[in-house]
Design a protein around this ligand. Sequence first.
Ligand code: IDP
Ligand code: MG
Length: 141
Amino acid sequence: MERSLVLIKPDAMQRGLAGTIITRLEKQGLKLIAVKMLHLDKALARRHYAIHKDKPFFNGLVDYISSVPIVAAVFEGEGAIAVIRKTMGATDPAKAEAGTIRGDFGLDIEQNSVHGSDSIETAEKEIKLFFSEDEIFNYHQ
Ligand code: IDP
Ligand code: MG
């Protein structure tokens, strides 16, 4: 079954939106199979966003994502990656449709409330960065 890493980003944590965002993903029929709260250090932030290391916004993004404790989760389901990307909305909240997480809650193109993996390969790598195998669960609903 397909899996995706989800991060509830600092802007959402600071506004008490973690539960709301998890609920929106659960309502899509996705199953929560791992969850933890952690304060990213700069090294993990840099590894998670390594693909953007040459972008002008990289240092700001690393500072932002490591600014306050966040919630990391793994969701599982058929087509989970695409379902989550659609539920999140466009990267820039100004361009995200109403009813999407970023459209409803995102503050700007950096502080856009939520992260979701963008491919199966990325998801596998990202999940390994945040979770060990024994922190990921398998159960029947
Ligand atoms: P995604 O999160 O929708 O996959 P990416 O292009 O992979 O978007 O960018 C990763 C994250 O970097 C975004 O979610 C956002 O927090 C931040 N970001 C993207 N573009 C910009 C920008 O132009 N300025 C500042 N931050 C950005
Ligand atoms: Mg991305």
